[in-house]
Design a protein around this ligand. Structure first.
Ligand SMILES: Nc1ncnc2c1ncn2[C@@H]1O[C@H](COP(=O)(O)OP(=O)(O)OP(=O)(O)O)[C@@H](O)[C@H]1O
Length: 279
């Protein structure tokens, strides 16, 4: 039954109408998900992300942000509904095909700590290689310029020959983004990409992501960064969409109060909103 308290506070009516000729980068229709034998975590999510849009997913701990990303990058299959990538059902695509279109930068980073940063970035080329599932024979020499460019773009060229496991958390994060860039995706999803980064690298990463011309979907805890960086913000609460809209609408005091169960004040007198919270 329709529960008015569950309706999104900000309707996504600002979204550019999707043309039938240009499929959404990512489209969820009636998607629900629960872990095996567990309670439902995500309920009846429907939204479409037009190509080139920058979307931040915000919400309290446990709201379902990472679970939603896992559905988008084909880690979890929905129990109900469909997830489409560039117009095609994600689960009708083979994994390599999906990986040629979409890269993910996750909180759990590559565990092969013995590989060098350059080798980690080279893994981004794997979906583009023939017979990738059969095993990886090593980087293709033809990919070297692309890998070098990705390292350079993330400011990690001096670290290229260091073991990944010897890098700091922020350096590893930048290498993980370089790997995603080397993948040459059309859609990039990132789980808390600014974790571990200092302020300069946070701002640089978000500016870089904006400048790629790709569709970007990222979870972000920092609401100020989300408001500055995203075209659109989805606020999740208990596995449902509480608000969906441009930052100044989706991040309203009433939405934040409901999503985070705190009192919220927003000062919009400056160039960027300033958020303050109280219990
Ligand atoms: N595989 C799983 N098995 C059981 N419970 C799970 C599983 N995956 C997620 N959950 C639960 O689903 C809920 C949402 O988790 P999720 O990681 O998506 O939240 P989140 O919004 O990303 O939280 P955070 O801000 O803390 O990272 C949590 O209560 C989590 O414990």
């Amino acid at each position: 039954m329709d529960d008015p308290s569950r309706r999104p506070l900000a309707a996504p009516d600002f979204v550019t109408p999707l043309s039938a000729a240009i499929p959404a980068a990512v489209q969820l229709s009636g998607v629900s998900w629960a872990p095996p034998r567990g309670p439902r975590i995500l309920s009846d999510l429907s939204f479409a992300v037009p190509q080139g849009q920058i979307v931040a997913i915000c919400g309290a701990n446990g709201a379902g942000k990472t679970s939603l990303l896992r559905l988008i990058y084909r880690h979890h299959a929905p129990q109900q509904g469909t997830v489409r990538l560039l117009g095609r059902d994600l689960w009708q695509m083979v994994a390599a095909e999906a990986a040629r279109q979409m890269a993910a930068v996750l909180q759990e980073q590559p565990t092969d700590f013995a590989l060098t940063a350059r080798q980690i970035v080279a893994l981004g080329r794997l979906p583009h290689r023939r017979g990738w599932a059969a095993g990886w024979a090593g980087p293709d020499p033809g990919d070297a310029p692309l890998i070098a460019a990705a390292l350079e773009r993330m400011d990690v060229t001096p670290l290229a020959d260091r073991a990944f496991g010897s890098l700091s958390g922020g350096e590893r994060q930048r290498v993980a983004v370089a790997r995603a860039l080397a993948q040459e995706p059309r859609v990039i999803v990132l789980d808390e990409p600014t974790n571990h980064l200092d302020i300069r690298h946070q701002l640089e990463l978000l500016a870089l992501l904006r400048g790629l011309g790709l569709t970007v979907i990222a979870t972000l805890h920092d609401l100020t960064l989300a408001a500055r960086f995203a075209d659109r913000i989805l606020v999740l609460s208990e596995g449902r969409i509480l608000a969906d809209g441009p930052p100044d609408r989706a991040l309203s005091e009433s939405v934040l109060a409901r999503a985070f169960r705190v009192g919220a004040r927003i000062d919009r007198s400056g160039s960027a909103p300033r958020f303050s919270f109280h219990l």
